[in-house]
Design a protein around this ligand. Structure first.
Ligand code: NAP
Length: 198
């Protein structure tokens, strides 16, 4: 398979690219650290990327940001940031990406544990993650026949918990989380939110 990975250089993206790269050709993209430049918060940037890359068998987005901040401190701009970046950025990965995916292929985007296990400070992120899951479930119904659409909902990566000195339960090594993306790309699910059983 030829697989475009947006966010291939991140904490989760690196092991995803490594595991899928063992069996498939990887086309790596990110704002600055990967071979191909893209900013998913900019619709024109995404369209340029897809035009340059051409046809693929799978698209994986392991990127997207939203602001972690107490509700009373979240500004309009903070909400707008997450909506344009992690939410609409990945909605557009699906919208613009679908015509570039070959029959039998898939698109996988990323939400996260905070959609269903919120914590104080996560309101803007929980909003975006839940919105993305709802969109992807519906978009899968209208994808061209033979093209699957899924969301991976990662738990906290232990590397991220350590980096931010967070003491939260349920963390898993990024290499284990990457197996969820392998499942999404190589499996048969569509319209699914793929995570570890809780
Ligand atoms: N790590 C966790 O514990 C965890 C848990 C649940 C959900 N998630 C979600 O998983 C995704 C990846 O998280 P991560 O921890 O691996 O993040 P990360 O380590 O910060 O890596 C993000 C990756 O995406 C790229 N990127 C960032 N902004 C981008 C943009 N606007 N356009 C295109 N590429 C962009 C980065 O490269 P450049 O800097 O070169 O752009 C990098 O390759 C995020 O959506 C995050 O919310 C993570």
């Amino acid at each position: 398979m030829r697989i475009l990975i947006i966010g291939a250089t991140g904490t989760l993206g690196q092991p995803v690219a490594q595991q899928l790269g063992a069996r498939h050709e990887i086309v790596a993209a990110s704002r600055s650290r990967a071979a191909l430049p893209v900013d998913l918060s900019q619709p024109a940037s995404l369209q340029q990327l897809f035009a340059k890359v051409g046809e693929v068998d799978a698209i994986v987005s392991v990127a997207g940001s939203a602001r972690m901040r107490p509700l009373a401190q979240l500004s309009d701009a903070d909400f707008q940031f997450g909506l344009e970046n992690k939410l609409m950025g990945q909605v557009n990965v699906i919208r613009y990406g679908l015509p570039h995916v070959r029959h039998g292929g898939s698109i996988t985007v990323t939400s996260g544990v905070l959609s269903h296990r919120p914590m104080p400070g996560s309101a803007a992120i929980s909003l975006v993650n839940s919105g993305l899951e709802g969109f992807a479930r519906a978009a899968a119904l209208e994808a061209p026949q033979g093209v699957r659409v899924n969301v991976v909902s990662p738990p906290w990566a232990t590397e991220t918990l350590q980096a931010y000195k967070l003491n939260l339960p349920g963390g898993r090594p990024a290499a284990e989380i990457a197996s969820l993306y392998v499942q999404a790309v190589e499996g048969h699910a569509t319209g699914s939110v793929i995570g570890f059983p809780e």
